[in-house]
Design a protein around this ligand. Structure first.
Ligand code: AMP
Length: 184
């Protein structure tokens, strides 16, 4: 699968995003440059263009579920799911989901964590898109993909607002499955 460039139909999107994204050095710990997307979410026109562009490569690919990763993946994943006429599934931090769940542990750019999904959130053979704000090492997205596959879903691809390519997340996830509006 060769995914089209997500912002092909919106040539000024990359420049507009670069102007609004905020780099916060040494957050949440020294050495990490945190990519703060809140100024983008606060601008309704720009937020809408981001949702459209992140969904675009997956139109016509028969996505039935969009999985958003806690917490910023919820903010992007839910509107993308509506855009693609798909259901939304939250992948949550351990202990938050009320029903029977499956769990995956993973390591993060700045720590270790786990993710859970309700065991009935994805049906056998469903075509699934995973959404998050930032791809760093790929540990979070990889754990999410494992949950999807354990439940019998087919992982069609990953859509990120930002990919920190130097941390080699796309390599870990399979570059042909990954799209991002901005790459660093
Ligand atoms: P990773 O598992 O290493 O790919 O990390 C991705 C997860 O951590 C995503 O849920 C991101 O929201 C968050 N994250 C990692 N690095 C950053 C960063 N530099 N800025 C903002 N969020 C980040």
């Amino acid at each position: 699968m060769n995914l089209p460039a997500p912002s092909a139909s919106d040539p000024t999107l990359v420049a507009d995003l670069n102007a609004r994204l905020r780099d916060v050095p040494d957050f949440p710990k020294p050495g990490i440059v945190f990519k703060d997307i809140t100024p983008v979410l606060a601008d309704p026109r720009l937020f809408g263009r981001v949702i459209h562009a992140m969904a675009e490569p997956f139109r016509g690919r028969h996505i039935t579920k969009v999985v958003g990763v806690e917490a910023r993946g919820f903010l992007l994943g839910a509107p993308i799911a509506l855009t693609l006429d798909a259901g939304f599934v939250p992948a949550r931090k351990p202990g938050k989901l009320p029903h029977r769940s499956v769990v995956e542990r993973y390591s993060l750019e700045y720590g270790a964590d786990g993710l859970e999904m309700h065991e009935d959130a994805i049906l056998q053979g469903e075509r699934v898109l995973v959404v998050d704000d930032v791809l760093a090492t790929g540990g979070t997205a990889d754990a999410t993909a494992k949950l999807v596959r354990r439940l019998g879903g087919e992982l069609v691809g990953f859509s990120f607002l930002i990919s920190l390519d130097f941390l080699e997340g796309p390599k870990r996830l399979g570059p042909d499955k990954v799209t991002a509006l901005l790459s660093f």
